[in-house]
Design a protein around this ligand. Structure first.
Ligand SMILES: NC(=O)c1ccc[n+]([C@@H]2O[C@H](COP(=O)([O-])OP(=O)(O)OC[C@H]3O[C@@H](n4cnc5c(N)ncnc54)[C@H](OP(=O)(O)O)[C@@H]3O)[C@@H](O)[C@H]2O)c1
Length: 305
């Protein structure tokens, strides 16, 4: 096990720094970024069917000079494939696009379902359908013995969903991938996941394109003190909490920058608590009453387990 690996609850390991691929759709640019990233040392690549770019990632992966066993490839089942009879086919489609025999980690992208014919990120409330989370999860559990996926996990799951889910699982999720950056620290959820043996991956670790964490005065000050950059500070802070990070970049300089970690002092890590704003940016159904349990667990209990 590498010092920068995170141990999963099934004994497998996940590299703590991965490459995000959402909104990296410019043909040629993404393929080059994947090849550059792998050349620089990235081994963990975060993909999703709905990002629409897996075929390009698949082509690039054919050209990298690293064996398949040394890579950790993640993808996600989209909400339109939650019906249990659609899950195995959804994995086959992903493997086909990525030109792979198996995935290292397959995630349920969100804890709610939409109708199979809806294939967009911009959903409306009439697209929703009631498929219990455990029905989808049991179908994902069945995939592990097929050898087409090494670990299974979830994404965007809050604590109250996990609390209901875990006692019913044959396989406890290996990972919960959620939005984590200095303005959305998710302290309680991270504590709960760790206690339950679920590793956490933080997405939008730099705040994504809408939350400008890297302009924060406190983060800039810490960066200056360590002769590093705000991005390195934000990523190193998450890594120091035992959270995997998947920053997205297609720029060689930033790809390199995001791999360099800074050793923060325990005082500095403690001071991060002051800048938490509980500010989530990824909330595709913010206004749906029906999904309050996904985004605002304090307001409504999860009905769909
Ligand atoms: N499970 C989910 O529901 C979910 C949701 C959202 C995201 N994700 C995953 O998480 C990944 C990361 O999230 P994200 O892409 O939204 O946001 P992010 O990684 O926090 O930020 C990406 C943005 O920061 C820029 N950037 C990267 N490195 C930088 C640096 N060192 N200095 C300054 N700017 C830098 C990138 O631009 P350049 O490319 O130009 O460098 C891009 O605009 C996604 O790509 C996706 O794989 C998962």
């Amino acid at each position: 096990m590498n010092a920068d690996d995170i141990l999963l609850n099934n004994g497998k390991t996940m590299p703590a720094i991965g490459l995000g691929t959402w909104r990296a759709n410019e043909s040629g640019v993404l393929a080059q970024a994947i090849k550059t990233a792998v050349g620089l040392g990235y081994r963990h690549i975060d993909c999703a069917k709905i990002y629409g770019n897996q075929p390009e990632i698949g082509k690039a992966l054919q050209q990298v000079d690293v064996s398949r066993e040394d890579l950790f490839i993640v993808s996600k089942i989209y909400e339109n494939k939650h019906r249990p009879e659609l899950v195995a086919g959804a994995l086959d489609e992903i493997l086909d696009e990525l030109q792979l025999e198996y995935l290292d980690l397959l995630l349920m992208h969100w804890p709610f379902a939409i109708k199979p014919e809806v294939d967009t990120i911009k959903i409306v409330s009439t697209d929703l359908e009631d498929v219990p989370i455990m029905d989808t999860w049991r179908a994902m559990e069945d995939l592990v013995s097929s050898g087409k996926v090494r670990s299974i996990g979830v994404s965007n799951f809050n604590q109250s969903i996990l609390e209901k889910m875990i006692p019913q699982c044959r396989i406890v999720p290996a990972v919960n991938q959620v939005e984590i950056h200095p303005y959305n620290q998710a302290k309680e959820l991270v504590k709960f996941c760790k206690k339950s043996g679920i590793a956490v991956t933080g997405y939008c670790p730099l705040g994504g394109t809408r939350i400008n964490v890297m302009n924060d005065d406190f983060i800039k000050h810490i960066a200056e003190a360590h002769i590093g950059t705000p991005a390195q500070v934000a990523l190193s802070w998450a890594l120091a909490r035992g959270i995997a990070v998947i920053p997205k970049s297609t720029n060689e300089v930033r790809l390199k920058e995001n791999l360099r970690q800074i050793t923060l002092t325990s005082d500095e890590i403690r001071m991060f608590g002051k800048i938490d704003k509980h500010e989530r940016k990824i909330d595709p159904a913010r206004d749906f009453k029906e999904l309050e349990w996904v985004f605002h667990e304090d307001k409504m209990e999860c009905p769909l387990i």
